[in-house]
Design a protein around this ligand. Structure first.
Ligand SMILES: [Zn+2]
Length: 654
């Protein structure tokens, strides 16, 4: 018997993990977790309910570096099992069409996918499943094709908010322990499981269709809630209408977290996003959450409701999310914005092909640019070909047919072909399968659809013509003016300053040598509602007019900028580099700058601080020891940065 089991195990093993869904269907998971942040230990009690689709002798659950102190039970009877540190194999004769309940306790110390971080004095704990594997903190399924209804209760020190997928059933407060129980009603892939524990307040709204929308924020950020979450409800209502399929989950929660790995992650009914997007109303003008907000929301349908079977079809998630986010933005910012974004994407895709890095959209190793932007372009081109009505009906029908299941490219294309009444193999070959992005087709389409893009393309001042000065003054759109300023900054005149925020931003960015005649105008940039403008303008003015340095520093004191404190750090360094200005204060400012390299601050701020300290050759012992610590951070960009900076410091020394 055992031999057969082993043979079978080998057989299933050879097939690879994607195959288990042919033999078994895991239906529901009930888990209770206890998190101990001081030891970074996760303990849990789990019950899986499953049905055998075939008679088999074993099943597995992915479980990375876990122990199972109480053994494994199947229908309350002890079962034999093996644990290779990667998967838990359970051996029992499972009969076709019978249902089983697998229960166990487990312990683990997750090295990835769940991060115990501190934000100031508070714990900020969060998870990232996609690319990191939920099976590092909860025994679950790395195979996206296994969809399960998850119900998760979590216990943690009281005083913290516990947030997870689905609807909150109850929150128990028992002495020093707080527990939150969340239940999904519908199945999803394990990579979409999420848990956040932190110190949060929340604002709630209800969508026009009655879905509760929850916006979480750090207690000190109440004034940033409106700019951060601006347009959330409007985009939710828009996407529900545009997609034509009711939002499929019980509620929609959005939570910013400390030092996140990406911009955002579309966990089912619980988007986690980087707190770098938590902005005030000035920061909103420079880098806001609107696009990421819409993108992760669109994934709730494209990715969460219908999930790509494999990497080959990844564009069904990223291409759709990018395209629908763009449609939501079009509803807010207008058609010119929409077409210009498509134009920029086409140019980048063309450039990628030109440098020999282009791939078929079906290549699982494609770049993000291909998955996201070429994917979005496929949908724009397809819709332009088949018309709005057919496109929308096809998308709705595709979602209805495959909801809560997995999809491949043909599932979508077949649906469009059926409603369009014509074969799309030519389209598919050119836009999806071929290695080269059909750049000329894309540009020709845009030129037919958008005068804005057409006009923009005609304006080019790389070879300076007499017309360029006029473009800046009159005819051109803001995007075209920005392009002219970048190509010919010497054409900027007093009049150019009269344009809007984005054109003024370009002046601050590109006009580095400031003519005396423009000095007074240039100084007004320091009062713009843009931290990017203020940062560039402060630096350029400080360099160009040494006699007025104290004046510029005085007028920008107290401006901090984004969460990476772009303006504050520059201000400190300029202050330190201005002899005799506030001489008594310099030591304190230097300490402040070094302080920002500490691990309690976000990675972007720390990198900024390290960079400036290196620039002024003042990375002291504290700075060096923080640099060393940064090398074991969970954010690979910071790790890479810290290693490179250490090398550069060594080179200077030698
Ligand atoms: Zn995405």
């Amino acid at each position: 018997m055992k031999c057969i089991v082993i043979l079978f195990t080998c057989f299933l093993g050879l097939l690879g993990f994607t195959q288990q869904t042919k033999y078994v269907d895991f239906i529901e998971a009930n888990a209770v977790l206890v998190l101990n942040p001081d030891s970074t230990k996760v303990s849990g009690l789990v019950a899986y309910e499953m049905t055998a689709l075939q008679s088999i002798d074993s099943v597995f659950i992915d479980a990375k570096n876990m122990t199972f102190p109480g053994g494994i039970s199947v229908n309350d009877k002890k079962a034999s099992y093996t644990n290779d540190g990667n998967r838990l194999w359970i051996y029992t004769p499972f009969k076709k069409d019978s249902t089983y309940r697998i229960t166990f306790n487990y312990d683990c110390y997750p090295k990835q996918a769940l991060y115990f971080l501190k934000r100031k004095e508070d714990w900020n704990i969060w998870t990232q499943g996609q690319g990191k594997y939920t099976s590092h903190w909860l025994p679950s399924f790395d195979d996206v094709n296994e969809k399960v209804i998850f119900k998760i209760g979590t216990a943690f020190t009281s005083g913290y908010e516990i947030i997870s997928n689905g609807k909150r059933l109850q929150g128990l407060q028992d002495g020093n322990v707080n527990s939150g129980v969340y239940a999904m009603q519908k199945p999803m892939s394990s990579y979409l499981l999420a848990l956040v524990i932190g110190n949060y307040n929340k604002k709630t709204e209800t969508s026009s269709s009655g879905v509760p929308l929850e916006y979480y924020y750090y207690p000190e950020d109440s004034l940033k809630v409106e700019p951060t979450y601006r347009y959330s409800k409007r985009m939710f209502d828009f996407l529900e209408g545009e997609i034509g399929f009711a939002y499929p989950w019980q509620n929609y929660k959005q939570v910013p977290v400390h030092d996140f790995l990406y911009a955002g992650m579309e966990n089912t009914s619980l988007t986690i996003f980087s707190d770098a997007f938590v902005v005030d109303s000035i920061g909103f003008n420079d880098k806001n959450y609107v696009n990421v907000n819409a993108h992760e929301l669109a994934h709730q349908w494209f990715g969460d409701l219908v999930t790509a079977k494999s990497g080959e079809h990844h564009w069904l998630q990223e291409g759709f999310a990018t395209y629908y986010a763009l449609l939501a933005e079009r509803d807010i910012f207008g058609a010119d914005y929409f077409y210009f974004k498509l134009f920029e994407a086409a140019v980048e895709l063309g450039r990628q092909d030109f440098s020999g890095d282009g791939t078929s959209l079906l290549n699982p190793k494609s770049s993000s640019l291909t998955f996201y932007q070429r994917g979005a372009w496929v949908l724009h081109a397809l819709r332009s070909l088949v018309g709005d009505a057919v496109f929308k009906r096809a998308v709705r029908s595709y979602l209805e047919k495959h909801q809560f299941k997995n999809v491949q490219t043909s599932d979508f294309i077949t649906e469009v072909e059926r409603l369009y009444g014509r074969n799309l193999s030519g389209f598919k070959q050119k836009w999806i399968v071929a290695e080269a992005f059909p750049f000329d087709d894309a540009i020709a389409l845009l030129q037919r659809q958008s005068d804005y893009v057409k006009d923009y393309m005609m304006i080019d001042c790389s070879a300076k013509s007499g017309k360029c000065a006029e473009y800046i003054k009159y005819y051109a759109s803001d995007d075209a003016k920005i392009r002219v300023i970048s190509q010919a900054p010497e054409l900027v005149t007093e009049d150019t300053f009269k344009h809007g925020l984005r054109v003024r931003q370009a002046i601050a960015q590109y006009v580095k040598q400031i003519p005396k005649a423009l000095k007074a105008n240039y100084e007004t940039l320091l009062r713009d509602s843009s931290y990017l403008t203020i940062e560039s303008a402060l630096y350029n003015l400080w360099v160009n007019f040494p006699e007025d340095r104290p004046k510029y520093l005085a007028s920008t004191r107290g401006v901090y900028g984004f969460s990476d404190m772009n303006v504050r750090l520059l201000w400190i360094v300029l202050n330190l580099s201005t002899p005799f200005y506030e001489a008594d204060n310099k030591q304190q400012l230097y300490q402040e700058l070094v302080g920002y390299t500490e691990s309690e601050y976000n990675a972007a701020l720390r990198m900024n601080a390290f960079r400036y300290l290196k620039m002024i050759s003042s990375c002291n012992e504290t700075c060096l020891s923080n640099l060393e610590l940064a090398k074991s951070h969970h954010n690979w960009q910071l790790v890479k940065f810290a290693k490179e900076m250490t090398e550069q410091l060594q080179e200077v020394k030698n």
